[in-house]
Every structure is written in structure tokens, then in C-alpha cells.
Design a protein around this ligand. Sequence first.
Ligand code: G6P
Length: 608
Amino acid sequence: MCGIVGYHGPRQATDVLLGGLARLEYRGYDSAGIAVIGDYGIALLRRTGKLHHLAEAVSASPVTGTVGIGHTRWATHGRPTEENAHPHADCTGAIAVVHNGIIENYLDLREELAATGHVLRSETDTETVAHLVESYYEGDLAAAVARAVKRLHGSYAIAVVHAGEPGTIVAARQDSPLVIGLGKGETIIASDIPVLLDYTREVLVLEDGDVACVTAAGVVVRGADGAVREPERIHVEWDLAAAEKCGYETFMLKEIHEQPTAIRETLRGRMGADGIIQVSELAMSEAQIAAIDRVLIIACGTSYHAGIVAKTLIEQWARVPVEVDVSSEFRYRDPIIDAATLVVAITQSGETADTLAGVREARKNGAKAFAITNVVGSRITRESDGVIYTHAGPEIGVAATKTFTAQIAAITVLALKIAQARGALEQTRIASIWDEVSRLPETVEAVLCSADDIEACAREYTDVVSSLFLGRGIGVAVAMEGALKLKEISYVHAEAYPAGEMKHGPIALITDEVPVVVVATQGRTYEKVVSNIQEVRARGARVIAVATHGDDEIRKHAEHVLYVPRTSEEVSAIPATIPLQLLAYHIAALRGCNVDQPRNLAKSVTVE
Ligand code: G6P
């Protein structure tokens, strides 16, 4: 939520800042702004709405200068107005601040600042930071920022400039992401790595409490204790093309089509030549893994749906009880955790505030907590006992697609590992499951080949107001994810239910205007699902079924059938999800919605 960027180097800062903000717009798009240090002090330009409004303002009144900061906002404190847009200035206009996060004690700070004569002009928490820095400034911006951040409670990644120190940007972080790219004679600060890739692949990752001072001489980082320290430096392997649309109309469509690669990369190297599943990231012996007597999964949004798939697989294969919790509930419900509980946090971004808090809670109670994430160096990687990376590459579309199926691939590996260590599955069974799992990239390719049929189906449902998604077993998670995709990008109301539970309420919603999407792939409960389809058809519903190739019978029961290749039930979640991603995508696109940047949403939710 919110993206920040900073530039220090020989180029015109506005070009770099606007380019960087374009790559960060997925983090929020309520307003955008820049502050550039010019010959006559700081030029501040802010506009509400999408970034192009700001870009138009910049081309109407160009701003020159080679040092500056920028921001794209997802509103938390204060409406998305120009006054509330970042950067925020102090009383004198000499200081400008951009911020991602939430200053929890901002009301106390506002009161204190107002009492000492500061005039605050916005409703935001961020503006207090500008005035705090002003009150501590004695000719050294880095020192003033270091003092100011000590007063802040909450989360922040900030970048600060001062007209009196035109060659300096000071950045600091606590619980919000911030990376610094080291180019040749230039430095770029950003919330996320794709911003840096035009300039460099050498990246410094700041720790909580760090304050970084960027000047022409380089970057000096001081830890929370004030001592200079050497931050972690990583070399980014991603290709820049991975962060661009590459001919697709939208990032989401590109990312849907990248799923075979994302799954292949995530599975790579997981099956040893000796038939042993490799998850060295757990840093646990086979005996320790075998001793796990309970698994607790925490996640939000789409990642939560991956957690439900994990429950099915781990319980089925490893015979270990699994609980799945929404992170925001888990952290406040005083969960029962002990050392034999394995806690797994699933988060594509690695920075979801509630999931991070859940991990802290679990570790405080003595459990080991592992993360499944897509972002190298993200916050969760520092807070967990181990990390299993999905290798989906950067996901820019706000609605998760390839990170979801890559999470399921990673979870499949984890479930097999626990099953193998416990001896819960015969080795021959593991080998046959793996055979199917390793063919998943091709299975997904096959589903993607029917994208045109899915678009044709979508054309018949563009006027829908409300819909129901049903499934059983692993199909419940798929139905939940299908419904979430549809509602978040097309704004069509979509409710997901276990098919057997539908008659206890949602069936009352069914009319001929409420289409029902049913996950009806082959499996133990297939016949029951077909009965549920008949129940909704009897009440006038049009049915879209996701079914297994070769199932001609289902055509008698559904208006539309979206076929996926035959797999075992346990491996069906990934292929069955793809048609629902595409269905949501095309309905949204045909309704004229901005699928990459749906209203009110953000890719990573760094607030509670
Ligand atoms: C936001 C995103 C979702 C995502 C959820 C959890 O709501 O829009 O796509 O599923 O956060 O994010 P995480 O990074 O923890 O997986």
C-alpha cells in the first residue's frame, strides 16, 4: 500500500520518479506526487487520481533537478485529495517527505506539534513526520530524521529531502519495505525492486530501524543504535521483461499466461535422484519433520485460499491435522501453539501486516514459523525460521494469479515432504503423485489453449449482478478463489460456498439471473456435485461447470463447460483455477474495468 521512490544522480529526477511510480502504481493509485530539489528550493507537484494526471501536470510545468522523491498513494488517513497527497512539507516548505505505512501515534504528535506552533495542512499521519524533522533539524538532515523516527509508532518507509541540503536524500524504514538500488553514479530508492531494474541489479535491503543517507559520495546506513552498518546486498536475477507487459494487454493476462513457467520454476529441484523430496529450507531433520504433530497455516486473501488447499493435501497425504486461519483473526484469538506445531505463513508479497504479526505471535509461543513467499528479501523472510520461495517472478496485477498457483506448487512439495518423512505414503505413491505434479506446467498450458472458449463464455455473463461459486473438497478452495477473482476485478458480487452447504441458505439467492459456477472435476464427490448442479438448475440458474476432459455427461447439466485435463483430485486445484481466472478476467475486461488496478485494492496490504 503506497509506493515510494527517490532518485539521486545525473539524470532529470522527474523522468526517473514518474517511471518508478508507474512501476509502483499497483501499490495504490488514489493520488501521486513528486518533490524535486531545484535551483530555487523544492518544487512540489501533486495530483489526485491515477499517475497520468501527475504526468500531465509535470509536462505542463516541467520541473528540473536531479534529486527528488515521489509517491503513489493508497489512502488510509484522510481522503484522496490533493492536500492529502504526498509528498508532505513542513511549515517552511524546505522539507518534503514521502511515506508508506501508518504512524499510529500521529494524533498525539499532531497535537504536540500544533501546540509548538506547527501548522498542519492535511489530514494525514505522514505530515507529522515532515514537521517532526523540521523541529529536530539543526543542519544535518540524516540526524534530524534519525531523531524523528524514534518518535514514531507504527510502520514506515520514508524518504526525506531538504532544500538546504540539495545533494541528500534520507530514507528510513520500520515494518514497510524499502530497497536501495546502486547504479553507476546514481542511487534509486524504492518500495519494490522492479523500479530499480532500469538502472541496476545491485540492491541494498534495509533492516527495521535503519536510516540511510544518500549523497553523491554513496549510501551510508546507520542502524537503530546510530552506528554505521553494512546492509545486506543482493544481486537481482530477474529480467526486466518480467516486470513489463511484453505485448499483453494487461499485466494480469500476461501473468495468467506465465503460470506454466512459475509452476515449473517453483517445482525445480524438489525431487532428488534418490526419490527424496527436497525442502532444505525447513532446516529440519527427517526425524524433526516426522515429529510435527500439527500444522497451522496463516494467510490473507488469495494466499488464504492456497492455505485451504494445503490443509487438504497435508491432511490427506501426511495425516497431520491442519488448521487454516485468516491472519487478522489468528493474531487476536490467543491461538494454542506449542513447539510441535509447524506454523506456515503464506504471503506472496511477504509484507502483509497481519500475516507478519501472526508469525511473530507464533514464534513468541515457541513454534517454528516458515514462510512461503514470492519476494526475495521481503519482510517475512527476516521474521521467519525459514523461507520457501515461489519462483513466479514479479506479479504486478493487483489480483493474484501466478503467485497463487505457484503457492499451491510449493505447498504440494511441502505436503509430500511431510508425508514422506512420516512414512504416511508409500514411496511408489509419492513417485506417481510427483509424476503428475511435474507435468502440471503442461497441464496448465493445455488449459490456456482454451482461453478463447472461456472468453466466449464470458461474453454471455457481462451483465451479471450476482453469482454463486460452488465446489466440494479441494474444489471449495478453487470456488473461493474463482469468486474472489470475479468480485475484485469485475465488481460482480460473487459468493463461494461448499456445494453441499448451499441448500442451507445461498440456494435462496438463486434465480435465472444468478449464474452458478461449479467446480465439477472428477473426484470422490463428483456425483454429489452433479446433484447440486441439478438443484440449482431446478431453480432456474444457468450453470458454468469446470469439468474434466472426456466428461460429456456434464454437458446435459450445464450451459457452459470449461474443460481441464484429467488429473487426480489432489492435483486438480491448479488446473481448475485457470479457467476461473480467465472467466473473471474476460468478464471484467468486457465490462471495461481496469483489471490491473481494481478500485480500492492494493497488491500488498501493509496496514492492519
Ligand atoms: C491483497 C492483494 C491480494 C492478496 C492479499 C494477501 O489483498 O490484493 O491479491 O491475496 O493482499 O497478500 P499476500 O501478499 O499476503 O499474499
